[in-house]
Design a protein around this ligand. Structure first.
Ligand code: DC
Length: 215
């Protein structure tokens, strides 16, 4: 069985950085699945359409090209909310499922909201990465500030809360931990400490999986 590592969690919990570093450490490809929803949202906005318009969003999801994931306008408050809106549409999610499964077929690290629950429910390793909303808002604010984007900390926190609520309350593949996911709370951890903790959890699961296979 190929090694799929599923990393889920709310926005700005650190899962993207952890996923990238785990992939490099383990020699596996990495897919940030949030980028796919962001790219679909951008295509919908390019058409001048509303990201909640199911017909347009589904059509754009089916027409998505690999090059769309390389766009430089996939981050920022507008893309955040538009991505969250298109991701609530079941037709959009269905259209993007095959691509994600194909990517992970021979082993990969994927991060998102529903990797361990829907995309790869059989994944050997599942991490659910969280942090308090205050810690996540602080990190997102610092990120934006470092990029020179003018922002207000209170606005960053309220956007984050709104997006979390939208992602967790939707019917289609809501944000939640798989029952067999290992929980990692990064509230009080810096990136090095979070990476060490994540790697220890991953190795524990990989070892347990290898032992189970040996019987
Ligand atoms: O991880 P991110 O913040 O880049 O994701 C952007 C949005 O895409 C997020 O608000 C919810 C959605 N998303 C999703 O529904 N399922 C995923 N596997 C990844 C992201």
């Amino acid at each position: 069985m190929s090694t799929v590592i599923a990393i889920d969690g709310p926005a700005a919990a650190g899962k993207g950085t952890l996923a990238r570093r785990l992939a490099a450490e383990l020699g596996l490809p990495h897919l940030d699945t949030g980028l796919i929803y962001r790219a679909v949202a951008r295509r919908v906005l390019d058409r001048g359409a509303d990201p909640r318009d199911a017909a347009v969003a589904e059509r754009e999801a089916r027409a998505l090209l690999a090059a769309d994931l390389g766009r430089d306008d996939l981050r920022g408050p507008e893309a955040d909310m538009a991505a969250s809106a298109v991701s609530a549409l079941p037709g959009v999610r269905a259209a993007l499922l095959a691509f994600q499964r194909e990517f992970g077929r021979d082993g990969a690290v994927l991060d998102g909201r529903d990797i361990g629950t829907v995309v790869f429910p059989e994944a050997l390793v599942k991490l659910f990465v969280t942090a308090s909303v205050e810690a996540r808002a602080r990190r997102r604010f610092e990120e934006l500030r470092a990029k020179g984007v003018p922002t207000d900390p209170a606005q960053v926190e309220s956007d984050l809360r709104r997006r979390d609520m939208q992602d967790a309350a939707r019917r289609a593949a809501p944000l939640r931990a798989a029952p067999d996911a290992l929980l990692l709370d990064t509230t009080t951890l810096d990136i090095e400490a979070a990476f060490d903790a994540a790697l220890a959890l991953v190795r524990e699961r990989l070892t347990a999986g290898a032992e189970a296979r040996r019987g």
